[in-house]
Write a protein that binds this ligand. Structure first.
Ligand SMILES: Cc1cc2nc3c(=O)[nH]c(=O)nc-3n(C[C@H](O)[C@H](O)[C@H](O)COP(=O)(O)OP(=O)(O)OC[C@H]3O[C@@H](n4cnc5c(N)ncnc54)[C@H](O)[C@@H]3O)c2cc1C
Length: 206
């Protein structure tokens, strides 16, 4: 059992758009650190701030900038990695196969990641977010059906996540289905609204 509590430093180089992150840091700590140093860079990782950078990256890691920048693993430049004999390796000395494997194959299958070197991606200072809920009566089925054709083809600056909920209606025993659409657009409403009116008017974003 390894305790990474004291291994959570984050060293950023804004000019080079990189950061070395020790494996004990959480995604929330990484986001916070980036936001303290710059408002035009970001790391394309997951939503939940409590996830550990160690395990998250080892699973590949998807997040809301996936469509534009790929997975978190796609944006890892290097690693400090300890093998079973205690050797500390970097990307070059571990070789491309092992580097590929620890970014998606579960790092602990191969050894221990001490730190990751990340490539930070450019983002605009202002982004637009929206959350819309649609029940069956509000046309959720048709809107969700269209989602499958729109979400993967629309401008890559827009990511729309959906979640489906089954809920009781008021205090009755009758159930309804609600679909939540969560969007994040890397830009302002001036560009987003015309885009949605054109490509996905059924969603009804105003
Ligand atoms: C609330 C929540 C939201 C989530 N959201 C997303 C999401 O948006 N996108 C996404 O891709 N995933 C998401 N996940 C999944 C998450 O990426 C995995 O659960 C991940 O394994 C968490 O890593 P951890 O370090 O926090 O957990 P841990 O349980 O500590 O580690 C997970 C695995 O990685 C290994 N590991 C951890 N650190 C190291 C290290 N330094 N070296 C080698 N192996 C190590 C551990 O041994 C273990 O096998 C979410 C999980 C939760 C609980």
């Amino acid at each position: 059992m390894l305790d990474f509590t004291n291994m959570r430093s984050i060293d950023m180089d804004v000019a080079k758009r990189t950061a070395w992150v020790q494996a004990g840091a959480t995604l929330g700590e990484l986001y916070y650190k980036i936001s303290r140093e710059t408002d035009t860079l970001y790391f394309p990782a997951g939503v939940c701030p409590t996830m550990g950078v160690g395990g998250y990256m080892g699973g590949g890691g998807y997040g809301k900038l996936l469509r534009k920048y790929g997975t978190a693993a796609d944006n890892v430049l290097d690693a400090r990695f300890m093998d079973v004999d205690g050797n500390i390796l970097d990307r070059k000395s571990m070789g491309q196969d092992l580097f590929w494997a620890i970014l998606g194959g579960g790092s602990s299958s191969f050894g221990i990641v001490l730190a990751w070197k990340l490539s930070l991606v450019p983002v605009p200072k202002k982004v637009t977010v929206f959350i819309l809920n649609k029940t069956l009566e509000q046309g959720a089925t048709e809107i969700f059906h269209k989602y499958h054709y729109v979400a993967r083809n629309i401008d890559r600056n827009l990511h729309i996540r959906t979640q489906v909920f089954v809920e009781y209606i008021g205090n009755t025993t009758k159930k309804n289905i609600r679909i939540m659409f969560e969007g994040i657009y890397q830009g302002t409403t001036d560009a987003l609204l015309p885009l949605l009116y054109r490509k996905y008017p059924e969603l009804g974003v105003t």
